[in-house]
Design a protein around this ligand. Structure first.
Ligand SMILES: [Zn+2]
Length: 193
């Protein structure tokens, strides 16, 4: 009986040692939490299986949404449109090279006319001032932004080169954590720390 018990204990120890020796990033993936498909101040544009992320990102998005709502901005300018984050286990998300650590989220720019629809930085419905407010007052303080890829020349402060970003700088905010990157004229790719 004692031997059997000892065997069981060894088995448990072996299992726990085994799991800690596996890829350490597994622990990180399994700590992801899921963003509800809708909440105060935001709506989502992807399936719920791609709304998992690091708690800091998920709770930060909820907090930003609540503040966007309580300020009245959601009613005037539309809610924040949230797209792909990560799968629960960090497996590759089609169409993205990142989005595996639970610390990346794609978002729509908000529109000056309040409609919850797609918009590009060169559209008449787009407002630099409004999206600068979204970034500086709502995303950055609540999410702990590391970098945002977004091609508004009034807002971005850096770029890799003129091939990845064919837009000229304009006199504007030039936020150093906002980077111009090919393909990001219609969405913000937000990475958190
Ligand atoms: Zn992205």
């Amino acid at each position: 009986m004692k031997l059997k018990l000892l065997g069981m204990i060894l088995l448990i120890l072996n299992v726990s040692c085994g799991s800690s020796e596996s890829d350490s990033t597994d622990d990180q993936y399994y700590s992801f939490i899921q963003l509800p498909s809708a909440g105060l101040g935001y709506y989502t544009m992807t399936t719920s299986d791609k709304l998992y992320g690091d708690p800091s990102l998920i709770m930060g998005l909820q907090q930003a949404g609540q503040r966007w709502h309580s300020s009245g901005n959601a009613r005037s300018f539309g809610r924040m449109g949230i797209n792909d984050i990560s799968y629960f286990d960090g497996s590759p998300v089609p169409g993205h090279s990142s989005h595996r650590t639970g610390k990346d989220v794609d978002m729509r720019p908000v529109r000056g006319d309040g409609q919850e629809r797609a918009v590009t930085v060169d559209s008449a419905a787009y407002s630099s001032r409004l999206n600068a407010t979204l970034i500086r007052r709502y995303l950055d303080p609540n999410l702990g932004v590391r970098i945002i890829l977004f091609n508004d020349p009034e807002i971005f402060g850096s770029r890799q080169n003129t091939t990845s970003c064919p837009f000229p700088y304009r006199s504007g905010l030039q936020l150093n954590y906002v980077k111009c990157w090919v393909g990001h004229h219609n969405h913000l790719h937000v990475s958190v720390r």
